[in-house]
Design a protein around this ligand. Sequence first.
Ligand SMILES: O=C(O)CCC(=O)C(=O)O
Ligand SMILES: [Fe+2]
Length: 271
Amino acid sequence: MKTTLSQQQMQTFQQEGFLLIEDFLDPEELAFWRSSVTEAIKGRAGQKMPGSDIKLGEDDGINEDADYYNKVFDQMLNLWQTNDKVKQMMVNEELGKMVAQLADWDGTRIWHDQALIKRPWANPTSWHLDTPFWSFSDRRALSIWVALDDATYQNGCLYFIPGSNNKTTFENPGIGKNMDVIFEFYPQFKSSKSVAVPMKAGSCSFHNGLTVHGAGANMTNGFRRAMTCAYMPDGAVFNGVKNILTDEQVAKLKIGDLLNDDAQNPLIYKK
Ligand SMILES: O=C(O)CCC(=O)C(=O)O
Ligand SMILES: [Fe+2]
């Protein structure tokens, strides 16, 4: 894993809100990540996340747009909790340090990992923010997105609006069916230039969770698989948003409580 960062890369990330790292994984590591994620997904038998009965393709059942959203991507969360190989990939101090350097914080915890798989002919992922969905509020929170297949203009590579990370708020426009819903909330970006980030399998990008981002449709007959992980700073506190926490976990939390349960949010690096 290529986890060494230059000062320039850290600065670019702070300014632009995203950073591409080419050849993040070497071929051997990529093979391990691919087979481990595949194994972990199989092991789930359709269960989207531990502690929940929701099956892949069954959520949002009351939402008339469920059919559309189910075809944006298959989303499997917290594979690290149910597969030891994925745990080995995710609970990695070097990676935690890299994240801490980009975020400029002292300790890194995992919020959740997530496999994001665009099947052949998948719908696009419309412009959105990540952090406002999460159960803590921190402008520095970020994700890694590792390409397990080549991510191309044709099959749904990521797009970013550079610099939006420093101007968005915690207001959450959600992931709308229409690509442009976010601009109703953040009209200042309506005429911004976007940047496409195609990448080879094994490369990765990091993005701040307040950077406006999305992905294209999959116009091909192949899969576009990515393994991602969202990170939080050590010391982050509960903001009252349930997100992926279970009812039992939420029942035990008061707003302002530390999210420091290592079984849910493992500390992977501390300065
Ligand atoms: O993979 C995608 O289509 C979207 C990824 C994304 O929004 C994220 O990783 O935060
Ligand atoms: Fe996102």
